[in-house]
Design a protein. Structure first.
Lengths: 354, 446
């Protein structure tokens, strides 16, 4: 009932090609966006912005990036935090050494540099696939960790290896209050999601998906594997590079190479597995699951006034979090996005299933 | 089946939105006469053996003040712990979670990790909450004109490295005798471990010793490659800048490679019971820096037993009272509460804001008499801070592990400020330039 598309006729190519073909989806999406842009900034507290919403938005962007590669093109990577670190350090060095650049330019350049590095590490994908490729991308992780910890030039000879950035300024607008940071990030995320959405339903995305589903068949019908795989690596690293720069500049403010370690790479991978591979919406769900749930679990005992030592809470949170991951993967191996799709399917008929 | 799953979905949505609402809701606080002390601690993870006694000491001292004196000058102390796991991201989340609690917000933070210190320092300028990094944190934050809210009270890693060099120089019969010697720094590959490098390099230029840098990645249980290098190079001294399991692993590896333990020197964070006991007898002869008397009990411990533990309110085990890290946690708590007490003189005996506590911390004057009165006789050195000097003096001694307990060796060291001051100034100015921070004018503020 809620999702019934009866009577919604498409009478032009434009209408047929819109991103959200169903009227209800459009309404919900506009409502959500309006709430996110105009409601949340007035409602949320600083804590909610700084500890939950801002990392959520940034990691969603990174998860979308990884999803383009893993979910759409079928190339597994367990080293994507490395490309985030490339973006972060590239942005740091650009902002430091060419101070007249606008932050937006820095962001795009940082993404491009990350894309170059990503393509470089994507080259092995032309020869190997599956788990072997995953191990090869692990090299990117360790190599980048090593570079940024050891090559002092990248950290501007900081004696502790930790770098810090000046507050971000955009055309004289200084992003220092949490709602401002949030709005900026939300804007970036919306733009990048729209781009990603159009990429994956355009010819490039179709090539990636063909490559994912069966590379030999794709080659036979005229898709060049070199082009398809390397563009996937480039676009994916570009997204992660931008996310990394935002993570460093807006969320952390000052960071050490450890901020982009293997744990973050694995977390990104978990996000898309739990959220749903090959689904942009899944990237949002997955990031929310991984970012928000541990924080909420950590505070549940206190919320209900249960006296418990922080150590016990922390252990419990770990266990419940792990159990939930297993639970969701058993209930729906295709991720939360698939659950949502099933829900939508049911709502189409509800409340008269037969 | 269908209806139950739908119901499940609905309850899940309700639960999630309720949780979010509870998180975001501004906590309604009674305007009580209370001062809130946030406690960032780590009782979980690779660093828990060291983090737990420190947190116990910190919390026990706060409990003691409430039980014995009814708080600070009649203002009751409240506190809340938050688990950081020595992880920078989690630490920042804890900082954000706790900074606004209590009627006036958090009084002062102890970040308890150099990485968290680096991350939080940027925010303190906006939040106006002081952070005390007693014996850790960034060395350049001694400069209060740039780092307005950082207080590396009691010592920095540059000071620590300096004192170690002075000590080995003395052993060799003069700093000039260090020429041609080899010193290896085995360090935790994090901002904590990297801090001393700048000073050791500076001193190497002056005295002509060879500095070998050997990083150990977190958490430090894998050090075979590091100690292979030490076996090949045979440095004259090894400085150990480790934390948590890394320290005991290093000592075990030293035993395995046959490197003499009495040539190994730890910083004050690698010289406590959890660092040596896992290595058993092999740790005998290992030395480290220490502030004054490390382990042991004094007047304040008796009070803690009497007012806290005998009433069943103790945080840890009674036998652990008086351990090195327990005492350090207690001293850290004392620095926070004395800062608040000092600020009461200027702002009145009421709950204070972070900015007001900062004034107290900048005007600390805890001399030998005051230390005795507080019951800390023999456990801390006098502290006297100013607006420009946020360290307040530093000195340390060397202690040796004899297999059962730590024995302090005679001889107190103080860092050579002639070397460190210019480094602090240069580094602080670089930070101010990078962050576009306007320097404070201390002459105007007092």
């Amino acid at each position: 009932m809620l999702y019934r598309e009866n009577g919604q006729f498409k009478s032009s190519y434009g209408e047929d090609q819109q991103m959200l073909p169903i009227l209800q989806d459009r309404r919900v999406m506009f409502g959500l966006l309006a709430f996110a842009f105009f409601g949340v900034p007035f409602l949320a507290s600083d804590y909610l912005f700084l500890s939950i919403l801002i990392p959520f938005l940034i990691l969603t962007l990174a998860a979308i990036g990884l999803n383009l590669l893993v979910g759409y093109c079928g190339q597994i990577s367990i080293g994507h935090a490395a490309f985030m670190s490339v973006g972060a350090y590239a942005a740091y060095n650009l902002a430091l050494r060419v101070p007249q650049l606008s932050f937006l330019v820095v962001l795009v350049l940082a993404g491009l540099i990350a894309a170059l590095v990503g393509m470089l590490f994507g080259i092995p994908s032309l020869r190997i696939k599956g788990l072997y490729l995953a191990v090869a991308t692990l090299a990117a992780q360790f190599f980048m960790d090593w570079v940024f910890a050891r090559v002092k030039w990248f950290t501007n000879y900081s004696h502790s290896g930790s770098v810090s950035t000046a507050p971000v300024e955009l055309f004289g607008w200084r992003l220092d209050s949490p709602p401002e940071k949030y709005l900026f990030l939300l804007g970036v995320l919306v733009v990048f999601t729209v781009i990603a959405k159009n990429l994956v339903r355009g010819h490039l995305g179709r090539e990636w998906m063909a490559m994912r589903d069966m590379d030999v068949a794709a080659e036979v019908i005229g898709i060049r594997p070199v082009y398809a795989k390397l563009t996937a690596f480039a676009v994916s690293s570009f997204y992660c590079g931008v996310a990394g720069a935002l993570y460093g500049f807006i969320y952390l403010g000052s960071w050490e190479p450890l901020a982009f370690n293997l744990t973050l790479s694995l977390n990104l991978l978990f996000m898309i597995i739990i959220g749903g591979m090959g689904s942009l919406l899944g990237s949002y769900f997955g990031a929310a699951f991984i970012v928000i749930l541990p924080i909420v679990l950590d505070q549940v005992p206190q919320m209900f006034g249960i006296a418990m030592s922080t150590a016990t809470t922390s252990h419990l949170a770990f266990m419940i979090f792990g159990a939930l991951i297993v639970f969701f993967l058993i209930v729906e191996p295709h991720g939360l996005a698939r659950l949502w799709a099933i829900g939508k399917e049911k709502l189409r008929l509800w409340p008269f299933p037969h | 089946m269908k209806s139950s799953s739908r119901l499940g979905l609905r309850t899940a949505i309700v639960a999630v939105s309720a949780a979010l609402a509870a998180l975001s809701a501004v906590q309604v606080q009674a305007q009580a006469k209370e001062q809130f002390f946030p406690v960032l601690s780590y009782r979980v993870g690779a660093y828990a053996p060291n983090g737990t006694p420190f947190a116990n000491g910190y919390v026990d001292y706060l409990k003691l003040l409430n039980a014995r004196d009814g708080g600070i000058n009649g203002v009751k102390i409240t506190f809340e712990e938050c688990e950081t796991e020595y992880n920078t991201a989690k630490g920042v989340e804890c900082y954000q979670r706790l900074k606004g609690k209590g009627p006036t917000g958090a009084a002062v933070f102890h970040t308890l990790s150099t990485g968290i210190t680096f991350a939080v320092t940027d925010v303190t300028f906006a939040d106006k909450i002081p952070i005390i990094t007693a014996g850790y944190g960034r060395a350049d934050s001694v400069d209060g004109t740039v780092f307005g809210y950082n207080f590396p009270l009691g010592g920095t890693y540059w000071g620590a490295a300096d004192m170690l060099i002075q000590h080995v120089g003395k052993l060799e019969g003069g700093l000039d005798k260090l020429k041609g010697k080899k010193i290896a720094l085995v360090y935790h590959d994090s901002p904590y471990g990297k801090e001393p490098i700048a000073l050791l390099e500076e001193r190497a230029k002056m005295h002509g010793y060879q500095l070998q840098l050997l990083p150990v990645t977190h958490p430090g249980v894998e050090q075979k490659a590091t100690w292979l290098q030490i076996r090949q190079n045979r440095p004259d001294y090894v400085f150990l800048w480790g934390w948590g399991v890394m320290n005991s692993t290093s000592i075990k590896e030293a035993v395995a490679t046959g490197y003499p333990r009495d040539k190994m020197y730890g910083v004050w964070w690698s010289g406590a019971e959890p660092d040596v006991t896992p290595a058993g007898d092999g740790a005998k002869g290992y030395r480290s820096l220490v502030f004054l008397a490390p382990a042991g009990q004094g007047a304040v411990h008796k009070d803690i037993v009497k007012y806290v533990y005998d009433k069943g309110q103790g945080t840890g085990k009674k036998e652990e009272i008086g351990e090195v890290l327990y005492n350090r946690g207690m001293t850290a708590a004392l620095l926070s509460t004395e800062g608040v007490r000092r600020a009461h003189v200027k702002y009145g005996k009421k709950p204070l804001k972070g900015e007001e506590v900062r004034w107290g911390l900048e005007n600390l004057a805890i001399d030998a008499g005051a230390i005795k009165k507080l019951g800390f006789d023999g456990f801390m050195v006098p502290v006297a801070t100013t607006c420009a000097d946020h360290e307040g003096g530093s000195s340390a001694m060397i202690h040796v592990w004899d297999g059962k307990k730590w024995n302090v060796q005679p001889g107190t060291y103080t860092p050579d400020m002639a070397i460190i001051k210019p480094m602090i100034k240069a580094s602080a100015e670089k930070y101010a330039a990078e962050k576009k921070i306007a320097k404070r004018d201390c002459a105007k503020e007092q």
